[in-house]
Design a protein around this ligand. Structure first.
Ligand code: ADP
Ligand code: ZN
Length: 599
C-alpha cells in the first residue's frame, strides 16, 4: 500500500481516493509544481494535507479566507495533524506561541493569509523555517479575470524566486482557462502537473420551477426538507429580509445575511448557520465565498442569477460531503426583464455586452427543456454525454405540447397593436377583457379580440413567459416593457416554425433518497439513530467550540447509523473515522449506538 493511501486510511478514515487526489499528491511528493482545478467538494484539502504529513518539514497553505482558517485548522487537528494558523485575528501572544512551536518543529501544516506574505521582510523570516511545500488555496484570487480578485495575492508572485526549489501547488474551483493561465504565469509554476477535474456534481439535483408565489414556494420547499441546512439566495437585501421573516413566521429558523448588516452581525449569523443553530440562511451573493460547511442539503435561488458561473458556484455550496442535495431555481421572465434593466444602466459597453451574454445564457438554462446538467457541463466546455437522469428535466414526466396556435394568437395581438403594449394588455385582448383601456384604444375591434376566451389568464401568462424565455418575444425595457416580436417569433407567427411548451408532472422524491452503494449494502440507516448521533455531535461541537461537521460529516453519521458499530474496530470501519477520531469520539458515539440497540 502506498504511503499516501495509508495516511488516507489511518488519519482520515477514508478507504479510497477521490478522482485526481492521488495523482496530485504523488506529483507533490515528487517535487513537481501543480495546478489543480477541482469543483467545490472535490476534496482539495487532502491534496495538501497528506503531503504535509508525508514530507519532512513544514507545509505552508496560503488562503484568503481568514474567517475560515480557524475551522480549517480545527478540522486538521481533529484528524491528528499538527496544524496552526497565522493571521490578523490572532492576538500577539497567540501568534508568538505559534512562532515558537514553528521554530521547535512542532507544526507540520501552517495556514497563513496573503497579507502576511505581503509584509516587508516576511519572506526572509519564512526562510528560517524548513518549508518543503507551498499550497495556494483559492488561487483564482490571483487573477483579475476571476470573480474574487485580491491585490494582496499578487505578493505570491515572489514565492518562486524566494524559494526556488520548493514545489508550489495551486488549487481553485474556478474552471476558466483564462484564470488558469494567469495563475500559472503569476506563480511562475514550472511545467506544472495539470489537473482539470470534471465539474459534474453528481450529487446535486437541479430543478427549475416557474416563479409564481416566491415566498410560498420557498417555504413549502423547505418544509419538505425539515431539519436540513440550506441557503436561500435573493438578489436584493429587501427580499433577503422578507424571506427570512417569512420563514421565521412559519417556524423555520432562518437568519439574513447581506452587505447592509454590520460585519459583526454577519459573522454572528454565519456562525450560527455553521454550527447548525439555525437551519437556513437567507442571503445575497455576498454570502458564501469560503463556506466550508459540508452538510448543506439545499440551495434555493429565489431570483434569476446573473450568470451560469455564479449559479454553479452558489449551488456548488450544497453537498460537499457528497450526499444528495437539491438545488431549486425559481424563474420567471419578469426577473429577466428586471435584470436587463440594470444591465442597460452599465456605462462601459464591453461590460454591458458581457453582462447581457451572461444573463441570456442563464435565462436559457432555466427556460429550455434540456437536461440541466448537460447545459452546465457544456458551459464549462465539458462534454456531457447522455442525459443525466438526475435533474427535473430527466426525472419529471413531461408532456411536450405543441402550442403553436396559442403562441400565434398572442403574437398576432402583439403585431396588430404595433408592438406598443405590455403583456397584461395583450393578454386582455386575447381573452376579450372588457377594460377601460380596451375601449379607449379600440382594441376590442381587433380580429384577435377574445380568441382565447376559453383559457385562463394563468395559461396565457404562461404562454407569454415561454415566448419570452424561448426568445420568440422580448420585453423592451426602453419602451415601458412593450412586447416585441423577434426573428424567431416571426417564424412562429407565420407558421414556419413550431412552438413547444412542456407540461410537467413533478415526480421528485421529497426527501433525498438513499441510493448510494453503501446504504444499499448495509441496509437503510435508522433515522432515529441518526438523529441521536446528530444530537451527540451537536453537544460535543458546542463543548469543543467547533462546527459540528468538523467532528463528523453527515455522511459519516449516516454510515454510522447504518453499520451500527459497537466496538472500536467496527467504529474505525466507518468512512470518515480515522484513528484520532476513533480515540477521541468513539467513547461518545459507541454508547449511543449500544443504547439504541438495547445493549
Ligand atoms: P474542497 O476544498 O475541494 O471543496 P474539501 O477538501 O473540503 O473539498 O472536501 C470535501 C469533503 O469531502 C470533506 O468532508 C472531506 O473530508 C471529504 N473527502 C475528501 N476526500 C475524500 C475521500 N477520498 N473519500 C471520502 N471523503 C473525502
Ligand atoms: Zn438531467
Amino acid at each position: 500500500m502506498s504511503n499516501a493511501l495509508t495516511i488516507l486510511k489511518t488519519r482520515f478514515g477514508y478507504d479510497s481516493f477521490r478522482p485526481n487526489q492521488e495523482e496530485i499528491i504523488n506529483a507533490v511528493l515528487e517535487g513537481k509544481d501543480v495546478f489543480a482545478s477541482m469543483p467545490t467538494g472535490g476534496g482539495k484539502s487532502i491534496c495538501y494535507q497528506i503531503p504535509a504529513l508525508a514530507l519532512e518539514g513544514l507545509t505552508l497553505v496560503i488562503s484568503p479566507l481568514i474567517a475560515l482558517m480557524k475551522d480549517q485548522v480545527d478540522a486538521a487537528v481533529e484528524s491528528g495533524i499538527a496544524a496552526a494558523y497565522l493571521n490578523s485575528t490572532l492576538k500577539a501572544d497567540e501568534a508568538a506561541s505559534v512562532y515558537s512551536r514553528l521554530y521547535r518543529g512542532e507544526i507540520k501544516l501552517l495556514y497563513i493569509s496573503p497579507e502576511r506574505l505581503a509584509l516587508d521582510g516576511y519572506l526572509d523570516k519564512l526562510k528560517e523555517l524548513p518549508i518543503r511545500f507551498f499550497a495556494v488555496d483559492e488561487a483564482h484570487c490571483l487573477s483579475e479575470w476571476g470573480h474574487d480578485f485580491r491585490p494582496d495575492y499578487l505578493s505570491l508572485a515572489m514565492l518562486r524566486d524566494a524559494f526556488p526549489g520548493v514545489p508550489i501547488a495551486a488549487f481553485t474551483a474556478t474552471a476558466t482557462k483564462k484564470v488558469q493561465k494567469d495563475i500559472v504565469r503569476i506563480l511562475k509554476l514550472n511545467d506544472p502537473f495539470l489537473i482539470r477535474a470534471s465539474f459534474n456534481r453528481k450529487e446535486l439535483y437541479y430543478r427549475v420551477d416557474r416563479k409564481e408565489k416566491t415566498l410560498a414556494q420557498i417555504s413549502s420547499f423547505i418544509k419538505d426538507h425539515e431539519g436540513q441546512a440550506g441557503i436561500v439566495y435573493r438578489t436584493s437585501r429587501k427580499d433577503v429580509e422578507k424571506t427570512a421573516a417569512h420563514l421565521s413566521e412559519r417556524g423555520i429558523r432562518a437568519l439574513p445575511y447581506h452587505a447592509g448588516l454590520s460585519q459583526a452581525l454577519r459573522a454572528e449569523n454565519q456562525e450560527k448557520f455553521n454550527n447548525d443553530d439555525v437551519q437556513v440562511i437567507c442571503a445575497t451573493i455576498a454570502f458564501g465565498m469560503g463556506i466550508d460547511k459540508s452538510n448543506i442539503r439545499f440551495v434555493i435561488h429565489g431570483d434569476l442569477p446573473k450568470s451560469m458561473e455564479g449559479y454553479y458556484q452558489e449551488t456548488g455550496r450544497a453537498g460537499r460531503d457528497g450526499l444528495e442535495s437539491h438545488c431549486l431555481l425559481l424563474y420567471s421572465a419578469g426577473d429577466l426583464v428586471k435584470q436587463q434593466y440594470f444591465i442597460d444602466q452599465i456605462a462601459d459597453p464591453d461590460e454591458q455586452k458581457k453582462a447581457k451574454e451572461n444573463l441570456s445564457r442563464m435565462a436559457r438554462f432555466a427556460a429550455v427543456n434540456v437536461c440541466r446538467r448537460k447545459q452546465i457541463l457544456e458551459y464549462f466546455d465539458e462534454s456531457a454525454g447522455d442525459d443525466c437522469g438526475f435533474c427535473d428535466i430527466c426525472t419529471g414526466s413531461h408532456e411536450k405540447i405543441n402550442a403553436s396556435v396559442d403562441a400565434q394568437k398572442i403574437l398576432s395581438a402583439v403585431m396588430r397593436t404595433d408592438e406598443r403594449f405590455g403583456l397584461t394588455h395583450i393578454i386582455d385582448i386575447v381573452q376579450g377583457a372588457d377594460t377601460e383601456k380596451m375601449r379607449t384604444t379600440g382594441h376590442d375591434a381587433l380580429k384577435t379580440y377574445g380568441v382565447g376566451k376559453d383559457k385562463s389568464k394563468k395559461w396565457w401568462r404562461g404562454i407569454v413567459e415561454e415566448l419570452i424565455s424561448q426568445e420568440a418575444a422580448l420585453q423592451d425595457t426602453q419602451a415601458y416593457n412593450a412586447l416585441k416580436i423577434t426573428e424567431k417569433g416571426r417564424r412562429v407567427l407565420f407558421g414556419k416554425e413550431s412552438f413547444y411548451i412542456l407540461k410537467r408532472e413533478d415526480t421528485l422524491p421529497k426527501q433525498p433518497s438513499d441510493q448510494e452503494d453503501l446504504f444499499a449494502k448495509s441496509g437503510k440507516y435508522s433515522t432515529e439513530l441518526y438523529d441521536r448521533l446528530k444530537e451527540t455531535r451537536f453537544l460535543l461541537a458546542k463543548k469543543k467550540g467547533v462546527p459540528p461537521y468538523v467532528i463528523f460529516s453527515d455522511k459519516t453519521l449516516r454510515e454510522m447509523a447504518a453499520l451500527k458499530p459497537v466496538d472500536n474496530s467496527g467504529f474505525l470501519r466507518v468512512s470518515g473515522v480515522g484513528e484520532t477520531k476513533m480515540e477521541q469520539y468513539g467513547p461518545f458515539f459507541i454508547p449511543v449506538i449500544k443504547e439504541f440497540l438495547g445493549y
